[in-house]
Design a protein around this ligand. Structure first.
Ligand code: EAX
Length: 323
């Protein structure tokens, strides 16, 4: 064998060795690492390292360093980002059927929401991600959303009138807050803390895990446990990258996603148990006796207006599944 053949053989075997060795994937999330989403991403990374024998390294990218949730979803569609956990907030503009999950006061409890998402309805919605260049792997959760603000205690719908409140880029949420007489300001989470600090908005709404993870008591004096929306979160992969995996590797990803969802929900449960005390200990005025029935009645027109467009039949199935 001449020197040229030897060098070529050496080069090819090196390439083969490198390609079989560690591959890196980024996993994006907007909250800090110390959060329910961070726990999900870490669990995913650890499970993938275990199952791949170290061949696949998942780099957790917290704090919105790779962008807001909508931007991350767009990045996954073109393959610049491999993985993420995202609330459903912006997903409705990619997959309109998921808007059914975002209607106010639709889910009755964490147990019933988890049961619906882990059942046929959740599976049906995950299957729809394929059509937009994404792979819906598993349902985690963000939690029941509550209002925080810098102005006053909120206990009844009239208290929300005129409030400049950030919402996710979600048509159903925007409409619901308009029904309450608020001035919704949809924006990416990555802009919210600055907007609250600068006073360009008075309020935002998020689950206790987000309030705690972001120490929102530093920028919001008041919290009101409205629980107005249950916010699911999906563990999702770029289809471009999914299609490059072997069948075995795809199985690892699915198993890692299940571990991520379980880790996420465990932190949500813990935050729900301890979060209010933590918020109060850090100076937040927390209204716990919110008139939820009045809020539910006030946002009912959102169903009349948007359910026909965003899945009235699916909303009824979700309601029936909780009885
Ligand atoms: O990191 O944008 C939002 O309010 C979502 O809850 C997001 O997951 C926060």
């Amino acid at each position: 064998m001449n020197i040229r053949s030897i060098c070529l053989a050496a080069l090819l075997s090196t390439c083969a060795l490198v390609s079989a060795q560690a591959r890196d994937m980024n996993f994006a999330l907007t909250p800090p690492l110390e959060s329910h989403y961070g726990a999900a991403a870490t669990a995913f990374a650890e499970k993938m390292a275990e199952l791949s024998g170290g061949d696949i390294t998942v780099n957790v990218k917290p704090g919105g360093v790779l962008g807001g949730e909508r931007e991350v979803l767009e990045g996954m569609q073109i393959g610049t980002i491999e993985l993420a956990i995202s609330s459903t907030g912006p997903i409705g503009s990619f997959i309109p059927e998921t808007y059914a999950l975002d209607f106010p006061f639709l889910f009755k409890s964490y147990d019933s929401a988890r049961a619906v998402l882990d059942g046929p309805i959740g599976e049906e919605l995950l299957a729809k991600f394929d059509s937009v260049g994404l792979v819906g792997l598993a349902w985690g959760e963000n939690g029941f959303r509550h209002i925080t603000n810098s102005r006053k205690a909120i206990a009844v719908p009239a208290d929300v009138n005129g409030l400049k409140i950030r919402t996710m880029e979600n048509q159903v949420h925007i409409d619901a807050f308009q029904e309450l007489g608020a001035a919704p300001a949809p924006m990416s989470w990555t802009e919210v803390i600055t907007a609250l600090q600068q006073g360009t908005i008075d309020a935002q709404e998020n689950p206790i895990p987000i309030i705690v993870a972001n120490k929102l008591w530093d920028v919001q004096k008041h919290a009101s446990l409205t629980g107005h929306v249950y916010s699911p979160a999906v563990i999702v992969m770029s289809k471009i990258h999914w299609d490059q995996l072997s069948e075995a590797e795809q199985g690892w990803v699915k198993e890692a996603a299940k571990a991520a969802a379980a880790a996420d929900r465990a932190v949500v449960t813990k935050n729900e148990e301890e979060g209010v005390a933590l918020m109060k200990a850090n100076g937040m005025e927390v209204v716990t006796d919110v008139d939820r029935a009045a809020f539910e009645a006030a946002v009912a027109p959102t169903y009349e207006k948007l359910a026909p467009q965003y899945g009235a039949e699916l909303i009824e199935r979700i309601r029936a599944a909780q009885n």
